[in-house]
Design a protein around this ligand. Structure first.
Ligand code: ZN
Length: 71
């Protein structure tokens, strides 16, 4: 599942939202169009909601050799 910037003109999938979709969540598991189309506003709202449950994977801190090895 990937999120890409949309080039085509498609309406946002969120019911009640009349904006034009800016992004698409690609789902290549389906032969038919299983993609989800979202405008920037809805994507931001969704991101905020997801953030309640999922923390982004943190990038491993790079320690300099010799530091933080002894505990
Ligand atoms: Zn929308």
């Amino acid at each position: 599942m990937t999120v890409e910037k949309l080039k085509r003109k498609i309406k946002c999938d969120v019911s009640g939202c009349n904006n034009q979709a800016d992004y698409t969540i690609l789902n290549k598991r389906f032969v038919f169009d299983g993609n989800v189309y979202l405008c920037a506003t809805c994507l931001n709202n969704l991101y905020g909601e997801i953030g309640k449950f999922v923390k982004p994977k943190s990038i491993k801190p790079i320690y300099k050799k010799g530091e933080k090895d002894e505990i």
